[in-house]
Design a protein around this ligand. Structure first.
Ligand SMILES: [Zn+2]
Length: 68
């Protein structure tokens, strides 16, 4: 039984890792961007790199261009 749990953990761990990703969050406008978004690159003031879930917790909205 332990082996099965270990195998399942190994299979599902990468999925959980992929679901938690970082975004560029603008603390002024409260809009967050995918790190590859052109607006994320232009955002040098007020922008911090935080977890996607943290951006939502802070009341962030996804960018209309990249979808966050
Ligand atoms: Zn964007």
């Amino acid at each position: 039984m332990k082996k099965i749990i270990l195998i399942l953990t190994l299979i599902f761990t990468p999925v959980f890792a992929a679901s938690a990703y970082t975004v560029k969050y603008n603390t002024n406008t409260k809009i967050y961007h995918d790190t590859s978004c052109k607006w994320a690159h232009k955002c040098t003031k007020n922008c911090i790199t935080i977890d996607h879930t943290d951006a939502i917790k802070r009341g962030g909205r996804p960018c209309k261009v990249c979808g966050g």
